[in-house]
Design a protein around this ligand. Structure first.
Ligand code: FMN
Length: 363
């Protein structure tokens, strides 16, 4: 099924002050988005065990409050790959923001820059590296897939450098798309062209087929070294779950290891991201930054991730749904809610700075 462009139903504006948690954006997005686009955003692989477990695993953790610590106004700032950010929360790369809002990634980038958080632009974005680069400056990273066409891959890196991006994120968990039944059921076909490369979708091309045709396969750690050699930008490796792979990533030059199961969209029954984090943190042993994404829906999830050793937690669907609900203002509200929740969590845990969060806070 081809998803028509601009088919968002005419609906009343969302009263953002009446939204009190980021999960509330999902239903608003479902009402506003074309069903094909919503299936693409919301779905996971196979039985969606990992998709559900990403959220559930955070909720299984228990946090140990500390009292009478004197903490009143905790500091949520940190640095990621050398650049200061206001929050240890970033926007994970996600393809096709145009399914959510006509301004697509440009709206997302504007909201991220306003909030002072990292936005990671997907290879498969609707808007180009240059369009996003032209937005008010903010910490900005480019997510790369290694494409069958090496020249095109190298060109993306050169364009990111020219557009003043701060880092590259090499996603390594998608040599082929996971088996996503919600997408299959609607035969999801991208309705818009992609900003970063010429592959224009034909009316009958499904997203899964396009990805299968364009992504390189049979990759090895040498390919990470190749990407790192193309520019001076630091490279994060996204999609690591096994501690052995984390070690290999660092040994092969990764500046950061990003623990992720791709939001439950790749290998179903792989561990929840937060459950995979501690062993990766141990393996990396401080030689690189460690991030996590998958199932982060609350500021207390962010506190949990940092307590277990992540330097930052990233969100995917929450901001996509917020973008669908209310454009850039929705993304801003999403970040504001998470910020406020994180601040409250820090006061209740008795930590004035993010670096004080540790395993002693998680039972
Ligand atoms: C609709 C959608 C598209 C995505 N596209 C990409 C992508 O292009 N590149 C990538 O590295 N990860 C992609 N991801 C994975 C996200 O970066 C992230 O790992 C995941 O969404 C985190 O889980 P969460 O949605 O539960 O927050 C995508 C996720 C979603 C939901």
């Amino acid at each position: 099924m081809r998803t028509p462009i601009g088919s968002r139903s005419a609906m009343n504006e969302v009263d953002l002050d009446a939204i009190h948690n980021v999960s509330a954006f999902e239903e608003l997005a479902r009402q506003r988005m074309d069903p094909g686009g919503f299936a693409y955003y919301s779905g996971g692989a196979w039985d969606e065990v990992t998709l559900r477990d990403n959220v559930a695993a955070f909720r299984r953790r228990r946090l140990l409050p500390r009292v009478l610590t004197g903490v009143a106004e905790p500091d949520t700032t940190t640095t990621l790959l050398g650049r200061e950010v206001t929050l240890p929360i970033g926007l994970a790369p996600a393809s096709q923001h145009g399914l959510a809002h006509p301004e697509g990634e440009v709206a997302t980038a504007a909201a991220a820059a306003r909030a002072g958080v990292v936005m990671c632009l997907s290879t498969w974005s609707n808007r180009s590296i240059e369009d996003v680069g032209a937005q008010p400056s903010g910490p900005r990273w480019l997510q790369l897939y290694l494409l069958e066409d090496r020249g095109l891959t190298a060109d993306l890196v050169a364009r990111a450098v020219a557009a003043d991006f701060d880092a590259l994120v090499l996603t390594v968990d998608l040599p082929v798309p996971g088996y996503r039944e919600r997408e299959l059921a609607v035969r999801f076909s991208p309705p818009q062209s992609f900003g970063n490369f010429p592959a224009a979708p034909g009316p009958d091309d499904t997203m899964m087929e396009m990805v299968g045709a364009v992504h390189a396969q049979g990759l090895t750690w040498d390919d990470l070294a190749w990407i790192a050699s193309l520019s001076r930008l630091p490279v994060a490796v996204k999609g690591v779950l096994a501690p052995q792979d984390a070690l290999l990533a660092v040994d092969n030059g990764a500046a950061a290891v990003w623990v992720s199961n791709h939001g439950g969209r790749q290998l179903d029954r792989s561990p929840a991201a937060i459950d995979a984090l501690p062993a990766v943190v141990d393996a990396v042993a401080g030689r690189a930054e460690v991030y996590v994404d998958g199932g982060v829906r609350r500021g207390i999830d962010v506190a949990t991730a940092l307590a277990l050793g992540a330097r930052a937690a990233f969100i995917g669907r929450p901001y996509l749904y917020a973008l669908a609900a209310a454009g850039a203002a929705g993304v801003s509200r999403c970040l504001e809610l998470l910020r406020a929740e994180l601040v409250t969590a820090m006061v209740l845990l008795g930590v004035g700075e993010l670096g004080e969060l540790g395993p002693q806070h998680v039972l």
